[in-house]
Design a protein around this ligand. Structure first.
Ligand code: SF4
Ligand code: SF4
Ligand code: FES
Length: 307
């Protein structure tokens, strides 16, 4: 981005950033940690969660820091009582309607803003107890299930690679973005319905194996709440054997082709349980294909067979 630096003040501090920078970017330059849920550096901002809002002098409403660009002379407050109250309420609304128990960032923010979801009734129950299994010809999600049904539904297990548990979905759209133009260009999933009925679904709500999904797992990589989860992790969590304190991880390069994608391989009890790619990798920006993401099943199988 060229042009003269834009000067503004954030919480009384003078900051100078390149034109086109977002308020969030300027906050980061100033070392001010701003909460975000729907924002990710590698995705187009969709501006839906509103947890990043800040006060801008002269603006009647709070503005989303992740998408609003800085302007010369702007005066921004990121920790005013109004901002804190708004962020707290956003967190409380979310946690009172979906299960955010697996989101570390959510827990950090809730602590920081003193969010108490119980003010809006009993918190959303943790992970569903039952499960929804699809066969290729199996039952579909009701395409227009209302939000309450969407939230209350059990996890959908319709393939061997990953599980969708929409009772944990905060509708941040990150998975849709990652499946679309921002990374995968497959468009297997989208937001269906509107308002309270809005939910993430495959086209015609078909099971994943019948959808356009190519199992790159890029949606899992960006999901902030564990709504999308490796089946290996899901199975271990359900069996009570998922234990991050016993896990080790190693960085390596995917051996399958010449692109050279950076992999972070996580293992527990001698078994690979999850593969991700660092967001900051200039090759992958956190995104992989099915081979890098899931092409390690044979290693586990070999371990089990002891060969
Ligand atoms: S695994 Fe890949 S193709 Fe399938 S829904 Fe997720 S991002 Fe889209
Ligand atoms: S499934 Fe995950 S990434 Fe997708 S909208 Fe829900 S919370 Fe966001
Ligand atoms: S992070 Fe800004 S609206 Fe979600």
């Amino acid at each position: 981005m060229s042009g003269e630096a834009v000067r503004l003040t954030i919480d009384g501090r003078e900051v100078s950033v390149p034109p086109g920078t977002t308020i969030l970017g300027a906050c980061r330059t100033a070392g001010i940690d701003t909460p975000t849920l729907c924002y990710l550096e590698t995705l187009t901002p969709v501006n839906v969660c509103r947890v990043c809002v800040v006060e801008v002098e002269g603006s009647r409403v709070l503005v989303p820091a992740c998408s609003r660009r800085v302007e010369e002379g702007m005066r921004v407050l990121t920790d005013s009582p109004r901002v804190r109250t708004s962020r707290k309420m956003v967190l409380e609304f979310l946690a009172s309607s979906v299960d955010v128990s697996l989101s570390r960032e959510f827990a950090d923010y809730a602590r920081r803003y003193g969010a108490d979801p119980a003010r809006y009734g009993p918190p959303a129950p943790p992970a569903g107890t039952g499960e929804r299994e699809h066969s290729a010809a199996g039952h579909h999600h009701p395409p227009h299930a209302d939000r309450a049904q969407t939230v209350a539904q059990p996890p959908t297990i319709d393939n061997e690679l990953y599980v969708r548990d929409y009772s944990k979905c905060i509708l941040c759209y990150k998975c849709v973005e990652a499946c679309g133009v921002d990374a995968q260009n497959t468009f297997a999933i989208a937001v269906a319905g509107r308002g309270f009925e809005a939910h993430i679904a495959t086209e015609y709500a078909v099971p994943l194996p019948d959808s356009a999904c190519v199992y790159c797992g890029n949606c899992i990589g960006v999901c902030p709440t564990g709504a999308l989860m490796f089946k290996t992790e899901f199975d271990r969590r359900r069996a009570g054997t998922w234990d991050e304190s016993r896990q080790v991880s190693a960085q390596t390069i995917c051996p399958y082709c010449g692109v050279g994608c950076a992999l972070e391989v996580r293992a527990q009890d001698g078994e690979i349980v999850k593969v991700t790619s660092p967001l900051e990798s200039s090759v992958t920006h956190g995104h992989l294909c099915i081979k890098g993401r899931f092409g390690w099943q044979f290693v586990n199988r070999r371990n089990r067979e002891g060969s």
